[in-house]
Write a protein that binds this ligand. Structure first.
Ligand code: PGA
Length: 252
């Protein structure tokens, strides 16, 4: 019997919005999405905006998460934020391994794996991002890259923890560029990711796991992406910065 996976839409606000602006966006989203029960919804504001956004969304259907964590719980790591700190601030999840972290901040599959355990250990759910660059895709290396990100990123993940993990497939060439993968390209990649995840973990686990697509998702392309059998939601950057845009995506 096919497994049904509840759609999961998350807005990654990246380094945007002053804390007061973030609270305002959260309040607007709360109004627009108040009755939305068919989709799981999350937003990931900057660390500074998290307390305000958590307060603005308390008791709503919208969860709040971080965009990154440090793998250690505490210590001499100037400028960093840990998973227990996010949890204490009211977050329910964190993104890890975003391509911008990999590209600009030296994040590797090994650190992504450490962060996975740190987040789960602190009681946070995880959105683990993977995806190939344009150069890798053009060299025909998409499958190899994604396979390695999954086998190293998910390494040693206990099967009972897998319901708390979502994979986000974000082809780097589609992020913030206005170029979306075609539904066919995205579906092919998602089906491949599900089969590799089945080998790294277990086939039934991979069937139940949600795989989000990310990269220039907009209100006008979400429907065709969500029509693909292996796409279970979206990780949205630019289009999540307005309440109207993100609400349209959630209500695809
Ligand atoms: P984008 O970003 O929607 O602006 O392309 C997506 C992401 O990086 O999560």
């Amino acid at each position: 019997m096919p497994v049904s996976r509840k759609p999961y839409m998350v807005g990654n606000w990246k380094m945007n919005k002053l804390p007061a602006e973030a609270v305002q966006l959260a309040q607007e989203l709360r109004k627009l999405l108040e009755k939305e029960k068919a989709v799981d919804i999350g937003v990931a504001p900057t660390f500074l905006a998290i307390p305000g956004v958590v307060a603005a969304l308390k008791g709503s259907v919208i969860g709040v998460g971080g965009q990154n964590i440090h793998p250690k719980d505490s210590g001499a790591y100037t400028g960093e934020i840990s998973a227990p700190m996010l949890k204490a601030a009211g977050c329910g999840f964190t993104i890890i391994g975003h391509s911008e972290r990999r590209q600009y901040f030296g994040e590797t599959d090994a650190t992504v794996n450490e962060k996975l355990f740190a987040a789960l250990g602190a009681g946070l759910d995880v959105i683990l991002c993977i995806g190939e660059t344009l150069e890798q895709r053009e060299a025909g290396r998409m499958e190899e890259v994604v396979r390695q990100q999954l086998s190293e990123g998910l390494k040693d993940l206990p099967l009972d923890k897998t319901p708390r993990v979502t994979i986000a497939y974000e082809p780097v060439w589609a992020i913030g560029t206005g170029v979306t993968a075609t539904p066919q390209q995205a579906q092919e990649a998602h089906a491949f990711i599900r089969s590799v995840t089945g080998k790294v973990l277990q086939p039934e686990v991979a069937q139940a796991m949600r795989i989000q697509y990310g990269g220039s998702v907009k209100p006008n392309n979400i429907k065709e992406l969500m029509d693909c059998p292996d796409i279970d939601g979206a990780l949205v950057g630019g289009a999540a910065l307005t309440a109207d845009g993100f609400a349209k995506i959630v209500k695809f």
